[in-house]
Ligand binder design. Sequence first.
Ligand SMILES: C[S@@+](CC[C@H](N)C(=O)[O-])C[C@H]1O[C@@H](n2cnc3c(N)ncnc32)[C@H](O)[C@@H]1O
Length: 275
Amino acid sequence: MNPETAGQVFHSARDEFALWSARLWRPLGELLTAVSRPAPGERVFDACCGAGASALPAAHAVGPGGVVDAVDAAEGLVADAARQAEAAGLTQARFHTGDVLTWDDGAEPHDGYDGYDVVQCGYGVFFFPDMDAGARALLRRLRPGGRFAVSSWLAGGMERIVPVGHAAAVPERPELAQGQRPSANERLNSEEKMRSWLLSLGLVDVEVHPVDYRFPLHPDDAWTFYLGAALRGFVQGLPPEALERVRARFEAGLREAGLGTLDASSLLGTGRVPG
Ligand SMILES: C[S@@+](CC[C@H](N)C(=O)[O-])C[C@H]1O[C@@H](n2cnc3c(N)ncnc32)[C@H](O)[C@@H]1O
């Protein structure tokens, strides 16, 4: 997905995305921060920050002496994150709307600053038009020896819902039948694949941690999940009656596939650029 499309889809998903923050994005964002381990006073770049799932915990961790620059293309999610930071008095968290691959804070290089201590990206790298080039662009923001942390979906979980959501939308959007581009998440959906990928980026001290995370998925919630996540891209702009048909097919598809559980099991990968 190019950044403009990602920004539009997730911006319009704002309300439904928010419904999923407490049960999905925030807990998993906390876990990403548990492995990136920002320390008091450190500088963190949170790429694809969404509504602040990992940026807010990072801001707590770095404290008032540190900085978190958090960037996302979806203006509405960024606004929600900024509001939460303000309410919590986290002035060290700075939220920005933009493309994480090109965002520039305009600051002049100055003595004593040679990059971020931590770059973290929760469920974002697989959206980049070129995942490897995108990840390398993120790594260039790190100081020598700085830490990178990334999360992806484990095979057999979230990936199973996407084809059901796609099939439900195709009758309304025949052009989608041309074939779905495989998600780059498939390149990061096992411990071995994630480890090899991080090593291929030149990182050292690579670690990959699997996380079991699943819970019952009520059909009403399944639909808000559809509208609050990247699946929304399939139905963007459809009129309400068409959306209702997609919803009915999606719910039937989940029943047929035996998907009564949202399996958001994940992989958390970390590594360090040599320094
Ligand atoms: C699945 S959400 C995850 C958000 C957040 N990290 C979390 O864990 O809750 C993916 C996010 O990536 C953002 N995104 C994708 N590509 C982007 C890019 N090139 N620049 C900025 N944001 C991007 C989308 O706007 C979306 O908010």
